[in-house]
Ligand binder design. Structure first.
Ligand code: NDP
Length: 295
């Protein structure tokens, strides 16, 4: 029977562990980790994510510093705010919710975050550290979504070393760091993308298949080897007709109902990678706090 990887539950366990750890840190240092959450503009999806992140952070005992700039804010306004947060000792993690309005360069903004406070793990220094570290160093600030996927894989208690892993998608926030993490686990990693030829054939060779594409149900059952492990990162809102009414529904990049029949384990959407991403953000903030005490 297929294992459905319950990201909601794994994330809950991680949050509970963090809550206990933060209590201990509070006793030891007299302070708790601080997370600054910065949103520019009012993209509806961003507001939902920001709300979920701030709520989860507060629940585990992280102090949240909420900063909401309007969509007319200039790049300099944002850089000034980040400069202040970089200098604020109560702030250990800084998260800038993406996407930013078009007149602001995401890369310039991400580069301006103090790498020690880089809650998302997107700063070039942390990206570089991830690529050269020989193992998953507990002090590293690692992009949250791929790290969440790795934790989900680890709950299966299977040997990752030597497995063939295929990552579909090569974005800086998911695909590339995911492949680095799997490489560190001694998987043999292939990354496929929109220019890859015979993508189905390559996917079918995977023992571990990670889908991070942004195309609803793209990965079909005949792309997946019998007994493979499938992690679906995709979050796609699609319209469905129910009782003559048009509704929207979240689906992943994997055709779940078909693929689950022949996979060893699979993560659902929703309730899979999404909650893990938020829990890993809280983990990074706690790591940044501990790192600041050990400097
Ligand atoms: P990007 O759009 O940045 O990257 C998508 C990648 O998929 C690109 O590398 C692109 O290739 C590749 N791709 C697109 N179409 C195809 C195709 N037909 N065949 C093969 N490869 C293709 O997306 P993200 O990495 O940011 O996100 C991917 C998905 O994950 C989205 O659905 C997003 O919403 C979701 N997501 C979920 C998170 C969570 O917490 N669960 C967090 C972050 C993202 P190329 O580079 O050649 O263009």
């Amino acid at each position: 029977m297929t294992n459905i990887i319950n990201g909601k539950k794994i994330a809950e366990d991680l949050r509970n562990n963090l809550k206990n750890e933060i209590l201990k840190l509070k006793n030891e240092f007299g302070s708790v980790p601080g997370l600054a959450v910065v949103q520019v503009g009012n993209v509806a999806a961003s507001s939902v994510y920001v709300k979920a992140k701030t709520k989860s952070a507060s629940e585990v005992g992280i102090k949240v510093f909420d900063h909401h700039l309007d969509d007319k804010a200039s790049q300099n306004d944002l850089l000034t705010l980040i400069g202040d947060l970089n200098n604020n000792e109560s702030v250990n993690g800084i998260l800038v919710q993406l996407p930013l309005p078009k007149h602001i360069s995401e890369q310039i903004v991400l580069d301006s975050i103090n790498p020690n406070k880089d809650a998302d793990g997107f700063h070039p220094l942390n990206v570089g550290k991830l690529s050269i570290a020989s193992h998953n160093d507990e002090n590293l600030l690692i992009p949250c979504t791929p790290y969440g996927c790795l934790l989900m894989l680890k709950t299966l208690n299977i040997e990752l070393s030597g497995k063939k892993a295929v990552v579909v998608g090569r974005s800086n926030i998911v695909g590339k760091p995911m492949s680095q993490l799997l490489l560190k686990e001694s998987c043999t990693v292939t990354i496929v993308h929109s220019k890859t030829k015979s993508i189905e054939k390559i996917c079918k060779e995977a023992d571990i298949l990670i889908a991070a594409v942004g195309r609803p149900k793209m990965i079909k059952a005949d792309w997946v080897k019998n007994g493979a492990i499938v992690i679906d990162v995709g979050i796609n809102r699609v319209e469905i007709s129910e009782n003559g009414e048009i509704k929207t529904k979240l689906v992943g990049d994997v055709d779940f109902s078909e693929v689950e029949k022949n996979s060893f384990a699979i993560s659902p959407v929703p309730g899979g990678v999404g909650p893990m991403t938020i829990a890993c953000l809280l983990r990074n903030t706690t790591i940044a706090f501990k790192n600041s005490k050990n400097q």
